[in-house]
Design a binder for this molecule. Sequence first.
Ligand SMILES: Cc1cc2nc3c(=O)[nH]c(=O)nc-3n(C[C@H](O)[C@H](O)[C@H](O)COP(=O)(O)OP(=O)(O)OC[C@H]3O[C@@H](n4cnc5c(N)ncnc54)[C@H](O)[C@@H]3O)c2cc1C
Length: 407
Amino acid sequence: MDFNDSPEEAAFREQAKTWLANAAAKHQGSGGGRRPNTPEHMAAAKAWQAEKAGAGFACITWPKEWGGGGGTALQQVIFNQEEAKAGVNYGYFTIGLGMCVPTVMAFANDETKQRFVGPAVKGEEIWCQLFSEPAGGSDVAAARTKAVRDGDEWVINGQKVWTTGAQYCDYGIVLVRTDPDVPKHKGLTMFWIDMHDPGVEVRPIHQMSGGSEFNEVYFTDLRVKDSQRLGEVGAGWKVALVTLMNERLAVGGSSGPNYNEIMKLARELRGVDGPAIKDAAFRERLADWYVQSEGLKFTRFRTMTALSRGQTPGPESSIGKIIAANQMQDLGNVGMEMEDQYGIITDPKLSPMEAAFQQSLMWAPGLRIAGGTDEILKNIIAERVLGLPGDVRVDKDVAFKDMPTGR
Ligand SMILES: Cc1cc2nc3c(=O)[nH]c(=O)nc-3n(C[C@H](O)[C@H](O)[C@H](O)COP(=O)(O)OP(=O)(O)OC[C@H]3O[C@@H](n4cnc5c(N)ncnc54)[C@H](O)[C@@H]3O)c2cc1C
């Protein structure tokens, strides 16, 4: 494992820091604010993405001819680290640029790539991922939304759910069933779609945080051209795997307060028996969070070392998400308890640390599900890291139409 930047990596870090210091200072007060999904926040996010694209810092690993930076995966990691430190972070483009557009680049024809990749890099158009359905989330291959061929077009009917950002996205990639007579993994096909088509209805889901980050999406006789197909007919699972591999890497990290910040709060807040930092039970938990954080840091170093050597990171990114999401939930819980009656206040102007612990508590359950639930990640770690026997799969050779549905 290599803990230090190589001379080239250190030079790139300096270059990124210098650019970020100037650009972030100019960007401050551009109307972004802290509340996502407002028109002002979206406009600020698009302006920031365009700024990064202009400087070659958007999609650093993508070829320059597609609007990327022509750099390495490690440079992207370094830039992400410095961007987070500079405090300019927008989530609107993560799914599109991290998962959907790479899938388009891998499977679409040249005309489609020419039309869509550039505007996505510059933040002019945003993409969403339409995989999960009421009957298939962890088991994405159980998708029931169907597409039936009609000449040079396909007609799509069905429902997706938990589609992040569908309400503001311009385009999406959708996994549909095109052949129910073969086993579930073999009868799927992927298409890109226009989210503004009248055949697409987006219904936001109201969350406990007060926001609506994800949606139900209904398709009623949505017509798409065969040229919108990504990959071969029936090869949608192979295409989806490319998207999902990128997803695990993209959602590996987490934001929110860390053990240092809760330690600071524990020193400042006074309970009836004095500050929480004096409490033995709290100190024990603090020690656990410290150990977990160090473990996470070294696991990330391992990923960075693999990237630095031009290798692909392995299933260990599953370890990162499982620990980080659970720790985030734990920290949110304890932080709110320590704040006592102020713990129930979510207004960032009134609550200690701008309600960071409240935000963590409400966001962490979602992070434990998105991009693979805790249980699914444990299965991956068991099978692919520890080499334990595989999960039992009873429907591998059964035609999709013959699978029991409970109806
Ligand atoms: C914040 C957030 C954003 C999301 N954004 C998107 C998006 O943009 N696009 C999209 O398509 N989807 C999105 N999703 C959906 C997400 O991919 C699914 O919620 C997730 O895959 C789990 O599927 P499910 O909700 O259907 O749960 P299920 O698969 O029904 O799981 C229910 C429970 O059963 C357990 N379980 C299931 N299978 C197994 C197994 N084999 N072994 C052991 N336990 C098992 C699970 O761990 C879970 O506890 C998002 C979810 C969240 C929380």
